[in-house]
Design a protein around this ligand. Structure first.
Ligand code: HEM
Ligand SMILES: *[C@@H]1O[C@H](CO)[C@@H](O)[C@H](O)[C@H]1NC(C)=O
Length: 339
């Protein structure tokens, strides 16, 4: 109706551009994301067919003896993969020249590293020099999540191990602190390609395990944080009786008092109830960007599991070393000696 020919011409080309670009932006981006990692399902199918079975068996055996090993496998995938690459740099010991990632402040409370060596040794007995520590780290997380009652997440393999620790300082750039703002937490995860529901789902990992008093006392002393549920405070005070916890005493509070050994959506009900321990746990239940997802996950365990699986998959494929990059470590705590 009287529209100028220029406008129609403009619109025509505009839509032409839109139509031709859209498939690239959607399909193309997706494909690149999958291809460029170089990871595949069951990478060791030919080179070490029993690898995944041996790892699963070891995870089960260790879990029977020490339930908290599964918490560690779950935490490992975050602390290794979120820091530039899933390259098992987290597992390296300190050297004379550098402090290891696992001894850095952000790794506070991490445990059970020696049992990763137990798994590695079992795999090495069957196929020496074939299976990387980074794949063992990722597959043990997959199996640990399942042991804890979480979803079974098929994860790709074919990672190789890095040859150096990424250094303690770098961790702070990638791993948020316990009291970091939600904006800053989101920036860090978005940079890894993990969206807001993904971030909320990943924090559901705090449905298991423990938090030491040093990370909590600022919410209890000198005054109790009024945002904390008053019903939860006596328990926290009982577990953390000192404003300055004795660093040698192992004082901690379980993350989820209700179902401490289960990876489930009880975490979301706790944080909506102001029973979240860390500041960040509390904050995601109250920030308006994250609260809707917290509520949905509190109501719907399947939704939590779906988002959790998606986010763990993205995390596990962050920038791996493949092909002839890196190496296959003989032991997970040290790089191979060069001949
Ligand atoms: C904003 C992000 C996060 C922060 C600030 C954070 C911080 C912490 C802190 C301070 C602890 C307590 C350590 C201790 O006192 O022993 C902890 C424990 C834990 N975190 Fe996170 N975390 C975050 C995200 C994640 C993610 C994404 C995962 C896994 C997907 C995860 C898994 C765990 C597990 C399983 C524990 C319990 C460990 C155990 O009991 O040995 N965390 N986290
Ligand atoms: C977060 O807590 C640490 C102690 O764990 C403290 O040094 C730091 O100042 C706190 N940061 C903020 C933003 O409150």
């Amino acid at each position: 109706m009287g529209s100028s020919p220029f406008l129609s011409l403009f619109l025509f080309f505009f839509f032409l551009a839109l139509v031709s670009l859209t498939p690239l932006a959607i399909g193309g981006g997706d494909e690149v994301g999958v291809k460029s990692t170089g990871l595949v399902l069951n990478f060791y199918k030919e080179s070490c067919p029993q690898a995944e079975e041996i790892i699963s068996q070891q995870v089960k055996l260790l879990y029977k003896r020490h339930k908290n090993t599964a918490f560690s496998w779950l935490r490992n995938i975050f602390h290794d993969c979120a820091v530039q690459s899933c390259d098992a740099s987290l597992l390296l010991d300190s050297t004379r020249r550098s402090l290891s990632e696992k001894e850095a402040d952000r790794s506070f409370g991490m445990r059970n590293f020696r049992y990763i060596e137990t798994i590695k040794e079992a795999v090495e007995r069957e196929c020496p020099g074939v299976v990387s520590c980074s794949d063992i780290l990722v597959l043990s997380a997959r199996d640990g999540i399942a042991e804890l009652g979480g979803p079974y997440i098929p994860l790709r393999t074919g990672r190789r191990d890095g040859r150096k620790s990424r250094g303690a300082d770098l961790l702070e750039e990638y791993l948020p602190d316990h009291n970091e703002s939600i904006s800053s937490v989101m920036d860090k995860f978005h940079a890894l390609g993990i969206d807001t529901p993904g971030v909320v789902a990943l924090l559901g990992a705090h449905s298991v395990g423990r938090t030491h008093c040093v990370k909590l006392v600022h919410r209890l002393y000198p005054e109790v944080d009024p945002a904390l549920n008053p019903d939860h405070v006596p328990h926290m005070l009982k577990k953390c009786p000192d404003a300055i916890p004795d660093p040698k005493a192992v004082q901690y509070v379980r993350n989820d008092r209700g179902t401490p050994m289960k990876l489930d959506n009880n975490y979301y009900r706790n944080i909506l109830d102001d029973k979240g321990l860390l500041q960040v746990d509390h904050d995601i239940a109250h920030d308006k960007r994250t609260r809707p997802f917290v509520k949905k996950m509190a109501k719907n365990q399947n939704y939590f599991f779906r988002e959790f699986s998606r986010a763990i998959t993205i995390l596990s494929e962050n920038n791996p070393l493949t092909g002839d990059e890196g190496e296959i470590r003989k032991r997970c705590n040290a790089v191979n000696k060069r001949h």
